[in-house]
Design a protein. Structure first.
Length: 151
């Protein structure tokens, strides 16, 4: 599903579902519910966008790189954003280990103690310290601000 916004941004929702409309199998497995062709299409979709955003639940369950792995390789990678209001992302996460492949932004609460979490501090990683909203979520910056952050 895609929608063009008045400011020229294109926002796309991409998800994989099983035949019964779920995002995982009955036993909770979600890693490969799509085929190789659909996964390749998903990577091409990532390559055409400024950013890829997932929540911490997806990051914890799948440990994704969130890179656009296309053939031939894309010239620029999307900004890889993980919304983690509770600071649950492990410092061993693949997005940290693959920082050489593209920029990463971790959106977390402004009161999060980054030193306690042990998240790495190095070029290519940004921490968006954001106010919490009702219900415990985050107020993510407007997407048009992401363009300048893409590699």
């Amino acid at each position: 599903m895609s929608a063009a916004k008045p400011d020229g941004l294109k926002v796309t929702l991409k998800l994989a579902t099983s035949l019964d409309g779920r995002i995982a199998t009955a036993d909770g497995e979600s890693k490969w519910i799509t085929g190789e062709e659909a996964r390749a299409a998903g990577h091409r979709l990532r390559a055409r966008h400024d950013a890829v955003l997932v929540g911490s639940g997806t990051a914890l369950a799948d440990d994704p790189e969130l890179t656009a792995r296309t053939d031939p390789p894309t010239e620029r990678q999307p900004l890889r954003i993980i919304a983690d209001s509770r600071g649950r992302l492990p410092k061993s996460a693949r997005v940290f280990a693959t920082i050489d492949k593209g920029p990463v932004a971790i959106a977390t609460r402004e009161e999060t103690n980054l030193d306690e979490l042990g998240w790495p501090e190095r070029p290519g990683i940004q921490y968006w310290m954001l106010p919490a909203v009702e219900g415990g979520g985050l107020s993510i910056p407007e997407p048009r601000k992401w363009r300048a952050l893409r590699a």
